[in-house]
Structures are given as structure tokens and as C-alpha cells.
Design a binder for this molecule. Structure first.
Ligand SMILES: [Zn+2]
Length: 184
């Protein structure tokens, strides 16, 4: 079950598995075929970053918000190159992806002040990858007690802000960090 208001709404309600929050993406993409396109290829090619919730572009990778966030601030980093093989990333791509992940962590820390993070890849459908053809790294801010809260209300989570609000806040944090010359 996946209940959402419109993307522009102020409330998301969703059911998820606590141990693999990004499996929701599998739900959202169930039934689609490869021919309908890979979002990690099509979104950066469209040059509509705000509409596509792309927060930042680096040389080899880009960061974007997850359409079905587990928590506010749930961000993903992916290489532009369409590959599912993590061992296939070049040294330049690997470093760029890692550094962009670090920038995302800093921006999320600054804006949301989470107590912790889950950061990781789901490689392959068996591991829960929603879009298995294109590598993407999930960055999920966490707070003490957030799982307890979700258990209490029956795996339904309420996010307190819209994706557009999250985008605006994190985009500002990225821009301020770049303007100040901070790279950490
Ligand atoms: Zn792709």
C-alpha cells in the first residue's frame, strides 16, 4: 500500500519496511519496463533540475531527492553514466560520487540536524533495488525514535514538509556552501 497526496501536497503517508525504506521505489516502479526509460538517465538530460528535484551536479555525478522519501531530506547520488556495476565505476567517478555524498551529508546536517544517517546502495533486485540498471546511493537522515514512532502508528509515516520545501532548503544549503568556498 502506498498512499500519497500529490507531490506538491504537504503530507505524504506511506507504508514501508523499516529495514529497507528505499524498497518503496520498487513499488513505485513496479510494472514499468526498461523501454520507459531510466530516471537516472532521463532526469539529468532534461535540464529541468528544479522540476526533477536535482539538487546539485558535479562532474560525473548528480544529487536528487527521492520522490518517495523515507524521511525528510532523503537524497540520492548517481553517476550520469548508466551502469549497474559498482566495480565498473572509474576512479574519477568513484571519487566524485563519494565527495558529492559528503556534500549531501553536510547540507542535510545543516538543515535537518539529524541524529544519524543510513547511507548505502541496493545492488540488484534481490537486494531491493527499485531501479536496478543504474547505480544510486541513498542518503537517509535518521532521528532517535523514528522507527518507534512508525511502529506505533502501524508503519504509516507522516512527513512534515513537501518535496518542494525540502528541495528549496537543501538547494540553499548547497549554494551557500559553494559560495562560502566550503568543500567539506
Ligand atoms: Zn540510467
Amino acid at each position: 500500500m502506498l498512499l500519497t497526496e500529490t507531490v506538491s501536497g504537504t503530507l505524504f503517508l506511506m507504508r514501508e519496511r523499516l529495514w529497507a525504506p528505499w524498497r518503496l521505489q520498487y513499488v513505485s516502479n513496479a510494472g514499468k519496463t526498461e523501454s520507459e526509460g531510466c530516471i537516472f538517465c532521463t532526469k539529468p538530460a532534461e535540464q529541468q533540475d528544479a522540476e526533477n528535484l536535482i539538487l546539485w551536479r558535479s562532474t560525473y555525478c548528480f544529487a536528487l531527492l527521492n520522490l518517495y522519501p523515507y524521511t525528510s531530506g532523503h537524497t540520492m547520488v548517481a553517476p550520469y553514466r548508466h551502469t549497474a556495476d559498482i566495480a565498473d565505476l572509474t576512479p574519477d567517478e568513484s571519487l566524485d560520487l563519494w565527495q558529492l555524498m559528503q556534500k549531501c551529508v553536510r547540507a542535510i546536517q545543516q538543515v535537518y540536524k539529524p541524529d544519524g544517517f543510513n547511507i548505502g546502495f541496493n545492488l540488484g533486485r534481490a537486494a531491493g533495488a527499485g531501479i536496478e540498471g543504474h547505480l544510486h546511493l541513498h542518503i537517509v537522515p535518521r532521528w532517535h525514535g523514528d522507527t518507534n514512532f512508525m511502529t506505533t502508528i502501524g508503519e504509516v509515516r507522516v512527513l512534515p514538509e513537501s518535496l518542494e520545501q525540502t528541495y528549496a532548503r537543501l538547494k540553499t544549503a548547497f549554494e551557500e556552501a559553494m559560495r562560502d568556498g566550503r568543500t567539506d
